[in-house]
Unconditional design. Structure first.
Length: 317
């Protein structure tokens, strides 16, 4: 019998919020008669989060857990959850109670009835609407929309729903969880929707994200755009650039040689443009060779998204 919903909850040091979150999810699932599972992925917690997950799993067979040996980041936690999920619709949410499980039924309906592949939450009214969060988020969303063509107001919202086929067809690593809709689009899933969702004030603990996410976010967006276009054919980028640089340098050198033979009194090496030509040809050759190396790496990298899972908690019926 297939499950209706898999809920993936990545977490780190959220022991206080977990019992309340699980009880809330269960109430919603029972009220709407959904069959479900909850995968709680402990991303290297240093508090008692894993012990709490074990206790919750003993009380409710729908609760399952994955514990990392160390902190890998939210993308790694989501990726492991995607691998484990068996529900027809997969929903992700944060563990800090800022995402409301009451949104789950509508997110499920939009996938099953409206035919969306991905539905992203939009926290239109926020409780953490500070300058350091609001301005960078708007900049990220604007830049991502322009570069990727995926028009979402809140790309980084943790509350999202996916058709099962989507999560089984993509992988996320680094800090790329912010751009899963972009990754999904580049994998052929273009029916991407958005839903305004409730954003709640944090009840326990503090945020786990620092200022480094601003820089990492831009770098990962650039990585996604590169990988989506040239990940399988790096020679098309590096080879083209290398050829262009080499030709520019060669043409300059050819002109200088021609000028020296027929009418120029100066030595080629006396002219600064000669060294520019040399540099251009060297850079062109290096870029061309980089393309070859990239092709070799792309064809042989088979385990670039493997993580050390210390424990997998799963109850069998």
């Amino acid at each position: 019998m297939s499950l209706d919903i898999s809920i993936i909850v990545p977490l780190k040091n959220e022991e206080e919020s977990l019992p309340e979150l699980v009880a809330w999810i269960d109430r919603v699932m029972q009220a709407h008669h959904f069959s479900y599972e909850v995968w709680m992925v402990d991303d290297g917690s240093t508090d008692n989060s894993w012990q709490v997950i074990q206790q919750l799993a003993a009380q409710n067979k729908n609760i399952k857990g994955i514990k990392f040996q160390r902190n890998y980041g939210k993308s790694a936690a989501l990726n492991e959850g995607f691998r484990a999920a068996q529900g027809n619709v997969v929903i992700t949410m944060d563990a800090d109670l800022q995402d409301s499980p009451d949104e789950v039924p509508e997110l499920y309906r939009m996938i099953v009835e409206d035919g969306y592949d991905v539905v992203s939450g939009w926290k239109k009214k926020r409780f953490d609407n500070t300058f350091t969060k609001n301005l960078p988020s708007k900049l990220y969303n604007y830049t991502t929309t322009k570069m990727s063509g995926v028009a979402l107001h809140d790309m980084n919202c943790g509350l999202k729903s996916y058709r099962k086929k989507v999560v089984k067809s993509i992988e996320v690593y680094g800090e790329m969880h912010r751009y899963i809709p972009v990754i999904a689009k580049w994998n052929g899933f273009r029916n991407i929707g958005e839903k305004v969702v409730e954003h709640r004030a944090r009840k326990y603990g503090v945020t786990k994200f620092g200022l480094e996410r601003f820089i990492n976010g831009f770098l990962d967006l650039a990585s996604i755009m590169f990988i989506s276009k040239f990940g399988k054919r790096p020679m098309h980028l590096f080879g083209a650039l290398g050829t262009l640089f080499f030709l520019v340098g060669f043409l300059i050198a050819f002109y200088l040689g021609f000028a020296k033979i027929f009418y120029d009194q100066y030595n080629m090496t006396d002219r600064p443009i000669f060294y520019l030509a040399l540099v251009a040809m060297v850079i062109g050759s290096q870029l061309f060779l980089t393309g070859f190396i990239g092709e070799l790496v792309a064809r042989n990298a088979t385990e670039r998204n493997t993580y050390l899972v210390e424990t997998r908690l799963e109850q069998k019926d």
